[in-house]
Design a binder for this molecule. Structure first.
Ligand SMILES: Cc1cc2nc3c(=O)[nH]c(=O)nc-3n(C[C@H](O)[C@H](O)[C@H](O)COP(=O)(O)OP(=O)(O)OC[C@H]3O[C@@H](n4cnc5c(N)ncnc54)[C@H](O)[C@@H]3O)c2cc1C
Length: 220
């Protein structure tokens, strides 16, 4: 699975540069969220010492659930080596935007077959395509001691949903926070959980203060 950041919000212009320290080490996206929040109260002069740093300011925003200020920054990712099963689940998140390889225009033989994480993950190259039988996969995993859910989840890849897809996906930070919060969970599909972890890991490194409360999800 490849999850690559291909676009992220920057700040420009006198309005923000005159009111915020845009040359600080803070990420532009974190600065933008603080600027948006301070605009609500015209508090650019930082009257509250407890929230003077960007990290503390955004920690308070997150604690209060004032998350609309996180909608101003967006991040876009290019994803490949994931299954169409994953895409069906990810597309349920209504605030994400997608551009997906078309199976009407692109020969599916150019796409790999995704190996479910329960069988080790990765992709079968086209030349080695090996369409396992659904029932065979289910029985094999049950015999290996996997749960019904793990075995069914993996066997479903041998339906056409296991075909690889590639896409560009974009979302604002509030939307990404919601997605990773729901998908980094033991209840989530193993493959989408992996994608959510990769997305969160990138967003934490790019915009640490906007995702500070979710960082712990990566350790679980
Ligand atoms: C572990 C797991 C198991 C799942 N299993 C199933 C399953 O078996 N079957 C199935 O169909 N789906 C399943 N889903 C998908 C799930 O029901 C949601 O469709 C998906 O997680 C997207 O969540 P959302 O609707 O909250 O997110 P988004 O569409 O991203 O919306 C984000 C938030 O915006 C608000 N919102 C968005 N639209 C509306 C609206 N119309 N009205 C009011 N508020 C709105 C809500 O607060 C929502 O949480 C599963 C999800 C998970 C994480």
């Amino acid at each position: 699975m490849k999850v690559e950041l291909i676009g992220i919000t920057k700040t420009v212009g006198a309005a923000i540069e005159s009111k915020m320290d845009t040359s600080s080490e803070n990420a532009a996206t974190d600065t933008l969220a603080e600027f948006a929040g301070r605009t609500c109260y015209l508090s650019y002069h930082k009257p509250n010492s407890a929230t003077r740093s960007n990290a503390d300011y955004l920690a308070n925003i997150l604690k209060q659930g004032h998350e609309s200020v996180l909608e101003h920054s967006s991040a876009s990712f290019y994803v490949e080596g994931v299954s169409r099963n994953l895409l069906i689940e990810l597309e349920r998140h209504r605030f994400l935007s997608f551009s997906v390889v078309s199976t009407r225009y692109v020969d599916a033989n150019k796409l790999n077959t995704v190996i479910p994480p329960a069988f080790g993950g990765g992709v079968h190259a086209v030349e080695g395509r090996d369409w396992f039988d659904y029932n065979y996969a289910f029985k094999t995993l049950r015999d290996q001691g996997k749960t019904f859910k793990q075995a069914r989840e993996a066997a479903a890849y041998y339906l056409p949903g296991g075909l690889e897809t590639r896409f560009v996906v974009s979302g604002n930070f509030r939307a990404w926070r919601d997605v990773v919060g729901k998908r980094i969970s033991p209840q989530a599909n193993a493959e989408i959980k992996m994608l959510a972890e990769k997305v969160l890991s990138i967003l934490v490194s790019q915009s640490p203060n906007s995702f500070q409360d979710l960082k712990g999800l990566l350790d679980e």
